[in-house]
Design a protein around this ligand. Sequence first.
Ligand code: GRF
Length: 209
Amino acid sequence: MLNVVVLVSGGGTNLQAVIDAAEAGEIRNARISGVISNNRNAYALKRAEKHGIKNCCISPKDFASREDFNKSFLETVELFEPDLIVLAGFLVVIPPKMIEKYRNRIINIHPSLIPSFCGTGYYGLRVHEAALSRGVKVVGATVHFVDEGTDTGPIILQKAVEVERGDTPETLQRRVMEQAEWKILPQAIDLIANGKIKVENGRTVTELG
Ligand code: GRF
């Protein structure tokens, strides 16, 4: 059984998709052992609570320095003994020590088809604003392993979504979540929990089936 810890900052709809998939048996051989938020008011924490999942909050704001936070953050994550760390809309930079310790065991969901509209500054609605202003006709989402760069780690799964006439950043964001993010994040966890993803030379080899 893979122990999964989910890190969140906001509404937690991706967390909900993972909880629902796990409860429906669509994620096999994994359990969510904890949810950690950097934001005490994140609705994601209520979702964890509702499903009886242990949860806590740790914020850089409560520490004198980033170094102190990073140390305590790593200790907090370790309390849950994760085999896999899932970043589901987590807005805090992952400390290098954590990336090193959990190499190819931290995954992130990004709301674009990487390498488009990713990297520093591309988060939340900005991603969808940039896609609309470039006039692309297809957008999507990506689940990838986390390395030292921003959105640069090995890609696990991607799903495309069509841009529709009259889309606003808000409608596009919603459709990307519904049609892509909420599907590929649980699917990636299931693949990892069942030994179907290998990383070779910085790329993943996916064994679907
Ligand atoms: C999602 O769009 C995700 O792709 C991005 O942050 C957002 C989180 O939304 N990384 P939620 O908290 O899961 O509702």
